[in-house]
Ligand binder design. Structure first.
Ligand code: F6R
Length: 608
């Protein structure tokens, strides 16, 4: 995720900015840049790649930065591939600006600015904000920033230098953190605490909509109405490692908790007039969705589970036949592909070797390829005919959590889009599905209220060797994901079964005390799943049931249920998966496992 650093004081800004940015490297980034006041001029330098490449560029261009005020940024690409030109800061005649977050309505703003003669050099949403602020600025930085915010939709934190205000750094935030920190004759404006720890521990966390101006000896904060606020100075208690994890004990837990934001960032920009729209954000024309009579979804691991759920959704809503296959199988079985087949590749990293090979095979066979990818500029994103980027931000923990949820959310949009294009649903029905999707995204927040209850169940799993997951329909796909999450980080052997299939063999393994986690979140299948649950209970299984909070458990299930916020059946996977991720996480912690780096696993699997 991008990192922001602003500095004004008595030290050489270049040293402070590069040093502070390096303490944000753990967040993942693909380019970086700085802008520094040199006298009354602002000098900017940017580079693709690591901070070392920026340092090398500063040396090779023999740049001498002696100024003591500037801004810096590490960029994790979302809009526009990683490149020198897309890196921040973005500079205009009046200002230089860095940005974290996503501006959802940047396409519309960009089109208007272009019509008025503004020239864009990058593909970023950020450059839109820079030009719009440039247009609004007439000498009052705070006033112009406030006006800028009234035009922007989405989430953002900005740090800005205005050419005619040397020694001053301005900022604003909405939906993204921004922190002003107080040093001795120097002040800072950063996106994350680790950046300030070598210099100071006194900081002020800006609130939603706050504007800030820092000089070497003052911090001025105003609310969105322009009313001055008394800074609430706090003391950072974390060491560097704790700060990098945002106070969470592990990256995995942090990423589980980041899901509501990741979902909003991914979905909101793609809804126009209450309907899914990939033309604006992803340049996929509306006619695209009418061309296919078959779909193949190809992915690995967790991404494959998102694909399995996607298959269920597309078939149900759009009535188009969908295959969903593991990439390593797909690539070696001479799959039947033609130009009427859409091949959807799902990948967090965009570098998974088998998924990439499947993409190449699909292209050679004349099929159209659409990649759903989290890492912008990755090989799969570059080689696919079309790309839908998920905006989960970098996933650091090896076990995929937030990437799964955003992949899943994109599958809903695709399913609804295909249903509309094929005349399987009317715009009003589609709008109501989108409404449910947005409601589901907000409902994910409620699952965190269950965290301590889930922790108790996890504690009872500490000594386990084997465990079964059961589910039907969408719950079966979700059971597979719950099982993978638990086995990969806690090293407990788990199996996921279609609940109705158990009696065809596997039920022989159910003996007194065998733990079984049953997913029964689908009202339409509830009675069937409960029959299977009774079958295992009567053989002595220790059951844990995941169901809607509208369900009244019978006596033998009392105290053995995780009651999830009730949504329409189709949307229950959003809340179900978070409960399963938390269960896996806490179980692994109780078993003293290396949660963020489980044995034998790599984050990106670039070999067959
Ligand atoms: C499990 C996990 C893996 C990945 C799989 C695909 O938690 O992370 O199963 O989902 O290796 O990786 P990507 O999505 O990068 O293609």
């Amino acid at each position: 995720m991008c990192g922001i650093v602003g500095y004004t004081g008595h030290q050489k800004a270049v040293d402070v900015l590069l040093d502070a940015l390096s303490s944000l490297e753990y967040r993942g980034y693909d380019s970086s840049g700085i802008s520094i006041f040199e006298g009354t001029k602002i000098d900017t330098i940017k580079s693709l790649g690591r901070l070392d490449q920026l340092r090398e560029r500063i040396d090779s261009q023999k740049k001498v930065f002696s100024g003591t005020c500037g801004i810096g940024h590490t960029r994790w690409a979302t809009h526009g591939e990683p490149s020198d030109v897309n890196a921040h800061p973005h500079t205009t005649k009046k200002l230089s600006l860095v940005h974290n977050g996503i501006i959802e309505n940047y396409v519309q703003i960009r089109q208007k600015l272009q019509a008025d003669g503004y020239k864009f050099v990058s593909r970023t949403d950020t450059e839109t904000a820079a030009h719009l602020l440039d247009r609004l600025y007439t000498g009052d930085p705070m006033g112009a920033i406030r006006q800028l915010c009234s035009f922007l939709e989405g989430s953002y934190a900005f740090a800005v230098l205005f050419w005619d205000h040397p020694g001053e750094v301005y900022g604003v935030c909405k939906g993204c953190p921004l922190i002003a920190a107080k040093g001795k004759e120097e002040n800072f404006l950063v996106s994350d605490i680790p950046a300030i720890l070598p210099y100071t521990r006194d900081y002020v966390l800006l609130e939603e909509g706050d504007l800030v101006k820092i000089t070497a000896d003052s911090i001025l904060i105003q609310d969105s109405e322009g009313k001055e606020k008394i800074p609430n100075v706090q003391q950072a208690q974390w060491n560097m490692e704790q700060a990098q994890k945002g106070g969470y004990p592990h990256f995995m837990l942090k990423e589980i908790y980041e899901q509501p934001k990741a979902l909003r960032d991914t979905i909101h920009p793609r809804i126009v007039d209450g309907l899914p729209d990939f033309a604006i954000e992803d340049s996929i024309p509306d006619g695209f969705w009418r061309q296919f009579d078959r779909i193949s979804i190809v992915a690995c691991g967790t991404a494959w589970h998102a694909g399995m759920l996607g298959k269920g959704l597309i078939e149900r809503l759009a009535r188009i036949p969908v295959e969903c296959e593991i990439a390593s199988e797909f690539r070696y079985r001479s799959p039947l592909l033609d130009r009427r087949t859409l091949v959807i590749l799902i990948s967090q990293s965009g570098e998974t070797a088998d998924t990439l090979a499947a993409l190449r095979l699909a292209r050679e066979s004349g099929s159209t390829t659409l990649a759903v990818v989290n890492v912008t500029g990755s090989t799969i994103a570059r080689e696919a005919d079309y790309v839908i980027h998920t905006f989960a931000g970098p996933e650091i923990a090896v076990a995929s959590t937030k990437a799964f949820s955003v992949q899943l959310a994109v599958m809903y949009l695709i399913a609804i889009k295909l249903a509309l294009a094929g005349g399987r649903c009317q715009p009003d029905e589609a709008r109501s599905l989108i409404h449910n999707l947005l409601e589901a995204i907000e409902a994910t927040l409620k699952v965190f209220d269950l965290d301590s209850a889930i922790q108790k169940y996890a504690q009872s799993y500490v000594e386990l060797k084997d465990l079964f997951f059961l589910g039907r329909g969408l719950d079966y796909s979700l059971a597979m994901e719950g099982s993978l999450k638990l086995k990969e980080i806690s090293y407990i052997h788990c199996e996921a079964y279609a609940a109705g299939e158990l009696k065809h063999g596997t039920i022989s393994l159910i003996t007194p005390g065998t733990p079984v986690i049953a997913l029964a979140t689908q009202d339409a299948l509830l009675s069937k799943t409960l029959s299977n649950v009774r079958e295992v209970i009567s053989r002595g299984a220790e059951i844990l049931l995941l169901c809607k909070d509208t369900f009244t458990p019978e006596s033998e299930l009392a105290g053995k249920c995780i009651l999830l916020p009730a949504l329409d059946d189709l949307f229950m996977p959003f809340v179900g998966v978070i409960a399963l991720q938390l269960l896996a996480y806490h179980t692994a912690v109780f078993r003293d496992c290396d949660v963020d780096k489980p044995r034998n696993l790599a984050k990106s699997v670039t070999v067959e």
